[in-house]
Design a protein around this ligand. Sequence first.
Ligand SMILES: Nc1ncnc2c1ncn2[C@@H]1O[C@H](COP(=O)(O)OP(=O)(O)OP(=O)(O)O)[C@@H](O)[C@H]1O
Ligand SMILES: [Mg+2]
Length: 326
Amino acid sequence: MTRTLDIKSLRLRLPDTARPVLDGVDLHIAAGETVALVGESGSGKTLTSRTVLRLLPKGAETEGEVDVAGENVLAMTPQQLHALRTGRVAMIFQDPRAAINPLRRVGDFLTEGVRLTGTLSEQDATRRAGELLEAVGLSGAVLRHYPGQMSGGMLQRVMIAAALMGDPVLLLADEPTTALDVTSQAEVVALIGELKERFGTGLLFVTHDLGLAAAISDRVYVMYAGRIVETGPAEALFADPRHPYTRALLDASPRLIEPGRRLAAIDGQPPDLRQELTGCPFAPRCRFATGLCTTQAPQPQAAPGAPGHLAACHHSDRLAEGAADA
Ligand SMILES: Nc1ncnc2c1ncn2[C@@H]1O[C@H](COP(=O)(O)OP(=O)(O)OP(=O)(O)O)[C@@H](O)[C@H]1O
Ligand SMILES: [Mg+2]
């Protein structure tokens, strides 16, 4: 099976920190698959998605591999990177207004990438831009509009059309709906779902909204303090979480908890980057933690009978028992 994205043992260090901000991340996306990456603020979701395009903060040092369609992004030359960013991988950002030049018409914005790389003539680029605008539910007339004339929801549709211009195999969407009102949010999520079916694009969907992750994705990765603490098929992971952090996120998620269960905030704070970590990073906040958790980092282990459902927790079994009497 070809993997559109294959991140292997990725480690990312930033200047003036005591530990890697991403610490041994393994994450893969099959062709056409939708994968959600969830976790609290600061867990490393954005850095993970930006690493795929090597859009990293100054002074960042990486180890490991980030393969897109079999090629390691971390070893690419500037030319190869440029081709990657304007072709096989496209990114949709949180705030469309911050990612688009307000002084240029939508048409110019949509066509500049393919015109720069010379993949399409100006005429073909404009025709494709018009088609994609219609695919995202806008009219071709939008080509002549300026960003200031459009709502946030419309602009995010333009960003999605722009992302599809280069025929990407992979879309990276980093909280693409958080800056939008609720109606536009739902529309943009539905649209992304439709488009990945129609264009067969793999999708990495970054969100801290577990409800959204459950609704949209085939598989989920849960990140904590720069590590993947649990991964599995969306259904299994939400029905039978194997990591206390995932359980806590579910309990704190308004749309997913069963009626009657109280909404719980997660006590405590994630560890600071100036702090070195021994053992499990979640141990200080975990009600299952034992001495073992503070001394030995748990490795990802498969749930019984579920090879694709892994959790890095010494006490996954107790979690399953605990769910019954919680
Ligand atoms: N340019 C940067 N320079 C220094 N530290 C950074 C930089 N970007 C991110 N960090 C730090 O790296 C950690 C992970 O950041 P990241 O933006 O990936 O988190 P996130 O999971 O996307 O959070 P959020 O949900 O708030 O978007 C945080 O502690 C953050 O402060
Ligand atoms: Mg982020």
